[in-house]
Design a protein. Sequence first.
Length: 167
Amino acid sequence: MSPRKSTSTTARPAAKRDKAPAKKAPARRPAAHPPAEARPPEAAPAPVESAPAVVESAPAATEGAPAPAESTPAAAAAAPAERGVRTMTGRVVSNKMHKTIAVEIERLVRHPTYGKYIRRTTKLLAHDESGVSQEGDLVTIVPCRPVSRRKAWRLLAVVGKAAGSRS
């Protein structure tokens, strides 16, 4: 034995004795059905004869029915207007950014325990391409694709001008 190796070998077997025995993998059962190549030709399933009759009767039921409304491009474009676009109305609190306004939206939330209505505010950034809104204006905004990290709303209309505005 070399002087560097440990002469004590009792620590390792003790550690192995404390371990739980490893579980054996369950034995594999044979497949319920043999592969198709192994089956005799008479064991193949018979084709179903009643299925084509059902398929043939389906077109007759839809001959007189009108085409769906969403098949035309004009109807597809008008579909979001029918469902209602998610608009929000709020006050402009800042228009100091280039083509961007900060809109503060107020909502009333009922307190879960006391029942008192609490005023909550949300501040959203909206894209104002023409720069028509001023601070204090009441505006309507709609969601759009993200323009920047925080800006995913677009100015739809100026509902009311601020009291001290010139235009």
